[in-house]
Design a protein around this ligand. Structure first.
Ligand code: URA
Ligand code: SF4
Length: 260
């Protein structure tokens, strides 16, 4: 008798487990969790804190660029129109490899709507400076440390908000997958967010800008300012000086590539 009861209670446990699992799968299906995700066996209530489980194993740009739209690795997807993945500048054609990988912070308002990185004012300034430094845009793959636009409402506009360290960390697997696909010879970090995402929170662009950094297994890295910070300069003189310094860092990057 005792044995029978025990057997029945085990059957119940198994039954309940099956119900929970199928419920979890249904909830997650509604959340469009990708098929390769290992989360299918986890309860839906556990929130992801990293993009890792959403990054497909094949690091091809076309595959990654599609998959990132389903990323739920942090909360930022909720307020954004779409994820903005990296792409090659120029006509975007040709091999996925590029000599230089440039990393910004996150898409802005214009990028969020267009679905392409650096299409707003900062991108226009960057294009002019690349041209001044005689860097062929086709040599450049451009992306961001964080793939979804973080903002807060300010009247009618969506005001850019800096991503947190947790969000930067959560999004890093996408950056790593891009590095693997693009195999750049040099990485140029535009601003502190990108530099700290790659080189650690202690890194100071103000102290180490324009200097070659060697860090772990990474390709050589040069950190410089973000073109958006040049656009915020208070005076015309400041803007000229900051633009010239930025172009000098880009020229140095180009020279470095010539030597390797
Ligand atoms: N600023 C960034 O850091 N990235 C963009 O894509 C646009 C502006
Ligand atoms: Fe995923 Fe990055 Fe978007 Fe967060 S910001 S949801 S980690 S792609």
């Amino acid at each position: 008798m005792g044995f029978l009861l025990q057997e029945r209670s085990w059957l119940r446990v198994i039954e309940e487990l099956q119900i929970t699992t199928s419920l979890a799968i249904r909830i997650q299906g509604a959340e469009r969790v990708a098929a390769w995700s290992s989360t299918l066996s986890k309860p839906a209530t556990i929130k992801a804190t990293s993009a890792a489980e959403f990054v497909p194993p094949r690091h091809e740009l076309a595959i990654l660029g599609k998959a990132v739209q389903d990323c739920r690795g942090c909360e930022l997807y909720r307020g954004a129109t779409q994820a903005v993945f990296g792409e090659r500048l120029g006509d975007g054609k040709g091999s996925s490899r590029a000599a230089i990988m440039m990393i910004g912070e996150q898409p802005g308002d214009k990028e969020d709507l267009a679905g392409h990185p650096f299409v707003g004012p900062a991108g226009k300034l960057l294009a002019q400076c690349l041209s001044e430094a005689e860097i062929d845009p086709k040599q450049v793959y451009i992306t961001n440390a964080v793939k979804h636009f973080k903002w807060e409402p300010r009247g009618k506009i969506r005001l850019h908000k800096k991503p947190s360290v947790t969000e930067m960390r959560a999004c890093k697997p996408w950056l790593e997958a891009e590095m693997d696909a693009v195999k750049p010879k040099l990485i140029v970090c535009l601003g502190a967010t990108a530099a700290q995402s790659l080189l650690g929170a202690q890194f100071r662009v103000s102290q180490s800008r324009g200097k070659l950094q060697q860090f772990g297994d990474l390709p050589p890295v040069i950190a410089t300012v973000h073109p958006a910070s040049i656009l915020r300069a208070r005076t015309e003189d400041d803007r000229h000086k900051q633009t010239a310094d930025f172009i000098a860092d880009l020229r140095y990057s180009k020279e470095f590539l010539r030597t390797i």
